[in-house]
Design a binder for this molecule. Structure first.
Ligand SMILES: [Zn+2]
Length: 60
């Protein structure tokens, strides 16, 4: 019998606004800046999934 515990951390996507220089969560606001309403934005980080920790426990 094997038990495996996998901890997965999802990094929240962050978009940067060129117009006002602020960052905001992409998921909530998409490509339009919630601070100034500009569409002059680009994705900083997004949709990355990191497997933070893998614990494998073997029991007999
Ligand atoms: Zn902005």
């Amino acid at each position: 019998m094997k038990d495996a515990k996998i901890v997965i951390e999802t990094i929240q996507a962050v978009t940067h606004c060129e117009a006002c220089g602020k960052d905001y969560p992409t998921v909530a606001h998409g490509k339009t800046c919630p601070h100034c309403g500009s569409g002059n934005t680009f994705l900083l980080t997004g949709n990355e999934i990191i497997i933070k920790q893998i614990e494998a426990v073997e029991s007999e």
